[in-house]
Design a protein around this ligand. Structure first.
Ligand code: T6T
Length: 325
């Protein structure tokens, strides 16, 4: 027993000693590469990132492409790698196509942390999968988010009828997981809801709006649309409004800038699943700084959701979760 106590005490001393030996890194510069620069979700993520940067006295640059596209994100990333920041936080725009571009950063000795979306199988540093090199993944639990959206939908359509998912493009991890969670929740709990084929809109709201018109033409009894990200939801809501169907068709949105929440008050959108992007940015920067300070970090950090609907949209509780634009 004495030996055990001595051993524990000894380990404590060793930890304290190594903590003392570590010195905090100086002149730290981190680059945050969003999925696209003009999206309220990433703008809000950057707000959280800048808050952490200020607290730590470091620099965080926000640099990305104007569209959600791996072909446009790759040259931005290559230019970032060439400048050699101390760490890269990135929302990869494709879970497969961004593996090799990100491996170039890691091979150049720049720690990579993914935020929002992931590459490979999304579990890093476990010795398996073809993209094991990122240090950590900080994001919403998107499968759970899809399940929450399904419950919100079911409640508003009396648990019966046809619905579909408006999605960006296959291969975007967040979107694929939201669809997976949405379908699983309906399949397990709502036998009278039919989920039609998913509609892919390339993150273009006007395409999402015309897709609603086309689905409506084939299914005049359509009951709901799950717009699984901001542009999918905005487009779906516009499509429903354009067809003068807001009273008959429920729109559940993922993401919550004022362009969505204003439409909740007017009844065009029935509920929004708000992510907490500022938290993702804040913890992303803190995690990168911890890595640069020689600390171990969690390989995954999950952030939460706030469900916003007509009952709480104007309340003080949800105000902090409405995105910046
Ligand atoms: O929903 C977010 C983000 O989580 C997703 O990966 C891509 O779309 C958004 O940026 C919203 O437009």
């Amino acid at each position: 027993r004495r030996t055990a106590i001595a051993a524990v005490f000894g380990a404590g001393l060793a930890m304290a000693a190594s903590a003392q030996e570590q010195s905090l890194p100086e002149d730290v510069s981190i680059t945050l590469v969003p999925g696209l620069t003009t999206d309220a979700f990433y703008i809000t993520m950057n707000r959280g990132a800048q808050l952490a940067a200020e607290a730590l006295g470091i620099e965080v640059n926000f640099q990305g492409a104007e569209e959600f596209d791996p072909v446009l994100q790759t040259p931005v990333l290559d230019a970032v790698i060439a400048r050699g920041p101390d760490a890269i936080l990135i929302a990869p725009t494709d879970s497969t196509q961004m593996i090799e571009p990100l491996r170039r950063a890691s091979d150049a000795g720049i720690p990579v942390i993914t935020v929002d979306t992931y590459v490979g199988d999304g579990t890093y540093q476990d010795g398996s999968g073809d993209a094991d090199f990122p240090i950590s993944y900080i994001a919403s639990d998107n499968v759970l988010g899809g399940r929450i959206a399904a419950r919100a939908m079911a409640e508003r359509i009396d648990e019966a009828g046809k619905v579909y998912v408006a999605h960006l493009r296959p291969g975007v991890s967040t979107m694929d997981q939201r669809e997976e969670g949405f379908r699983a929740e309906i399949e397990e709990n709502y036998p009278d809801i039919e989920v039609l084929d998913t509609q892919y809109n390339e993150n273009d709201a006007s395409q999402a709006a015309s897709q609603f018109q086309a689905v409506l033409a084939r299914n005049p009894d359509i009951k709901g649309v799950f717009g699984a990200n901001l542009f999918s939801a905005l487009g779906a809501a516009n499509g429903v409004e354009g067809a003068d169907m807001s009273d008959q068709v429920t729109v559940i949105a993922f993401d919550a800038p004022p362009s969505i929440t204003n439409n909740i008050a007017s009844g065009q959108v029935d509920a929004a699943i708000a992510q907490h992007p500022a938290e993702i940015g804040y913890y992303g920067v803190m995690t990168a700084y911890a890595v640069l300070s020689g600390q171990s970090v969690p390989t995954q950090i999950g952030t939460g959701f706030t469900v916003i609907d007509a009952e709480n949209v104007d309340s003080d509780e949800v105000a902090p979760f409405i995105y910046s634009e």
